[in-house]
Ligand binder design. Structure first.
Ligand SMILES: *[C@@H]1O[C@H](CO)[C@@H](O)[C@H](O)[C@H]1NC(C)=O
Ligand SMILES: *[C@@H]1O[C@H](CO)[C@@H](O)[C@H](O)[C@H]1NC(C)=O
Ligand SMILES: *[C@@H]1O[C@H](CO)[C@@H](O)[C@H](O)[C@H]1NC(C)=O
Length: 372
């Protein structure tokens, strides 16, 4: 009764209010829509998931027998290098040694590590990773081979692997999109390893933990990036060689969040004037990082700069980055698989030597009553 009375008495101003709110709301929506279109922050069409491959479960309906991650891990396992093993003989024939004394990383990190791929370009034509038709070796795109190799590397060492599709940010070049994704991932995983599609681990059997020891990455280091070759083309305005953002190790800590957030916000020119230039000008976020971020985040635990060419370049010893797109990552992938299979089958022959090998060298013609 009271409510009805209040309602009738407040009728006309209330209607006015509602009317105004509706108009404002419509205005708001269309303005918001314009902004969204302006910056192209629209939602992307998700990939329709159809399963072209069926998985085979064991008779009891339990484990998947053909889980390649599990299979590859088993195949590679006997050849995986120890995390604290002093010396590693790399594919280039050189010996690399861990620093003397106690090692920082002694236990496998497993799923605390994420090997991360991102892309703002959505390609699902033949040969691309997101195409769901059975993939033929003859059709594999370079990026696909690169990413499959990342996934395999993660599988061998028990790390997690994720491929994240990011919308294009209209106000900046596509290479910037990796920054917020790495930042978000580093809230979840202890160690995030971001790799460009044309970058990858050269030695599939060498665990990340060994490399962290080798590079003396402490448990409270925020980021590690590799130096570019020192040429004029690769220097910032003060003449210091840039760090390449094609390979980034980010550890979960507050400082990492801050650094990556500052990098992401850099082009708004609030903290560093002139940073907006690198929204589209090459080398984008890499230049912003080199020009501003690293100067202000200069604690020894902030940014670890890895030596060239250990973690960068077409001849990288541990991480290869094929800037000139000259290599064939599919060939690299095939070679690493074949190397592993050759060693493993040879290993198997020796493990089963008693069965596979009969030595009659101590006998002479005529052979009789010989047990083969
Ligand atoms: C996968 O299994 C489903 C249901 O059992 C079947 O309809 C489909 O044809 C299978 N697909 C392939 C590629 O074998
Ligand atoms: C996926 O690849 C197949 C060939 O492997 C091709 O026929 C098909 O058109 C591709 N799908 C899309 C969406 O491009
Ligand atoms: C280190 O960074 C701080 C800001 O975080 C800055 O004030 C200082 O000048 C920097 N030191 C050098 C040597 O660049």
């Amino acid at each position: 009764m009271l409510a009805a009375k209040l309602c009738t008495s407040a009728m006309s101003p209330m209607r006015l209010m509602i009317g105004l709110s509706v108009i404002l709301f419509i205005f708001g929506i269309s303005f918001f829509g314009t902004i969204m279109r302006q910056y192209r922050y629209e939602t992307l069409t998700p990939l329709q998931v159809n399963r072209p491959y069926n998985r085979t479960q064991d008779a009891a309906g339990g484990a998947y027998l053909d889980d390649p991650t599990e299979l590859l891990w088993r195949l590679w396992r006997p050849m995986v290098h120890g995390i604290t093993e002093k010396t590693y003989r790399a594919a280039d024939g050189k010996d690399y040694h861990l620093p003397d004394g106690d090692q920082i990383w002694t236990e496998p990190l497993g799923k605390k590590v994420l090997i991360l791929d991102t892309d703002s370009r959505f390609a699902h034509e033949a040969g691309n990773l997101l195409n769901q038709t059975r993939l033929l070796r003859s059709e594999v795109e370079k990026k696909t081979a690169g990413r499959l190799t990342h996934m395999v590397y993660a599988g061998i060492h028990g790390y997690d692997y994720r491929f994240v599709r990011v919308p294009d940010f209209k106000d900046r070049h596509g290479t910037w999109t990796k920054v917020p994704v790495i930042r978000e991932a580093a809230r979840e995983y202890d160690v995030v390893v971001f790799l460009d599609a044309d970058a990858g681990f050269v030695n599939m059997n060498l665990p990340l933990e060994w490399l962290l020891n080798y590079w003396k990455m402490t448990k409270d280091t925020s980021l590690a990036l590799a130096k570019d070759p020192d040429s004029e083309h690769n220097q910032d305005s003060k003449g210091l060689v840039l760090l390449n953002t094609g390979f980034i190790i980010a550890q979960k800590n507050d400082r990492t969040q801050e650094i990556l957030q500052e990098l992401e916000d850099c082009p708004n020119d609030e903290r560093w004037e002139g940073c907006s230039k690198w929204k589209f000008d090459w080398a984008h976020e890499q230049r912003a990082f080199g020009e501003y971020i690293r100067y202000d985040y200069n604690k020894t635990t902030d940014i670890l700069a890895l030596k060239y060419p250990e973690a960068n370049g077409p001849v990288g010893s541990f991480v290869r980055h094929d800037w000139f797109k000259k290599r064939d990552p599919l060939e690299d992938m095939q070679n690493s698989f074949m190397d592993m299979l050759v060693t493993r089958t040879h290993m198997h022959f020796h493990e089963q030597l008693k069965h596979y090998y009969t030595d009659l060298g101590h006998m002479q013609h005529p052979l009789s009553d010989v047990e083969i």
